[in-house]
Design a protein around this ligand. Sequence first.
Ligand SMILES: Nc1ncnc2c1ncn2[C@@H]1O[C@H](COP(=O)(O)OP(=O)(O)OP(=O)(O)O)[C@@H](O)[C@H]1O
Ligand SMILES: [Mg+2]
Length: 449
Amino acid sequence: MKQLRRLSFGAKLLTAFVLVIALTSLAGYFFMSLSVNRAFTDFNTGRYSQQDRMAFSMFGLLYRQAGSMDALLKGLVEQEVDLPAVVANASGVVVFSPDLRRVQVGRTLDAALLERGTSFPADGQQWIYLPTRFLVGLELEEGYLQRSRRSMMWAGLTAGVAAMLLSYLLIRQLTGPLRKLDRASRQVAAGKFDERVDILSSDEIGRLAGSFNEMAASLETAEQVKKRLIADISHELRTPITAVRSALESLRDGLMEPTQATLSALHDKILLTTRLVQDLHQLALADSGQLSMQPRPCSVEAILDTILETIGVQMEDEGILLRRDIAQDLPSVEVDAQRIEQVLLNLLANAIRHTPLGGSILVRAEQVDDSVQVSICDSGPGLSETDLERVFDRFYRADEARTGDDTGAGLGLSIAKALIEAHGGRIWAENAPHAGACFSFTLPIPNLA
Ligand SMILES: Nc1ncnc2c1ncn2[C@@H]1O[C@H](COP(=O)(O)OP(=O)(O)OP(=O)(O)O)[C@@H](O)[C@H]1O
Ligand SMILES: [Mg+2]
């Protein structure tokens, strides 16, 4: 059994085919020869029984004329009568034979043969009259049967070999794509994600090849995303770390005075790095579905009030007008309030950053179908087509030229997306009808969703 398991799929199929072919050929041969034998015997019995009966009556007539068996047999020999039968005594010993070359007088016939003859009483004992065809004819019969058995065997062998050849070709056809898939999977396992299989059939194997190609493609994309992410992360971390390091070296070497301002600037850089690491950690948690959430029934209006109170001062400072459009009687949602506050902070920070002096930001909340929908629209420059598609990507910053210390890493929106999706909601960006960008998200209403 173990050895069988070690065989390749093709070898297993071939073994099964060979066994089936051999078994069917053997069974076919057995049943065919059985039925030929039977048909042959039936044919012979029908054909000869009439002749046998006539010859036997003739023999009876001759016996009556001769008066005794001795006289009859002697007469038959002397006159060389071509009786179509041999005569044996009760013990099966041949006492008369018309053809001494074939059947010797004195030969003992075996019981099976004797049973086919006709037993008759004469001169006070039993005799057996046995048509010669049972002796001679049997040889002919045997010869005929042997010949037909041989032809059947050859026919079976030829058919068997042809069937095996065909099955070999069929198996090659079947296992070829599997071998291709096997080779390609090994390549993918070894990290060659650009490997694809070219199987065009539309059967199960073709579909499997299709799924394999899709899997390889998504692995390839994931690998590219991972590489880009690592490059981005190291780049983002390197900038503040290098700045801090050179500032510290200048302080150590006495090239720079450790003033309050220098130390604050250094502290800010460290804070920036810490935030970046925290953001990345949060994204990694969201990716692996391990973001810890404490959902409680909350009012969206209350969350908005808290945030707008905190951020309102900053907006006033920047000369930005805040417009609120929050629907009355909004149903409560079951969310982790702190996480939703974080989303709103990210969206509002972006909006403030992109709204020019004297501009405005609209915060709207309403019920749309089975969700509460919150939108934050600003009067800034809005987003280009590419930005609309990519703003939620990690490390994506639309205004690439923007560099410096106060800019973000391009993680805020991807974190917002991860948090909203973890709540079962949806987040998207669009341009407001007149000007500015509009970011909206939904939160499902528990007993409606
Ligand atoms: N309201 C907006 N108007 C115009 N562009 C925006 C707006 N909000 C976001 N963007 C663009 O989308 C990019 C990605 O935003 P995201 O919040 O993810 O990153 P960030 O603000 O640059 O950095 P971080 O949020 O990590 O501090 C921004 O760099 C900005 O170019
Ligand atoms: Mg941001």
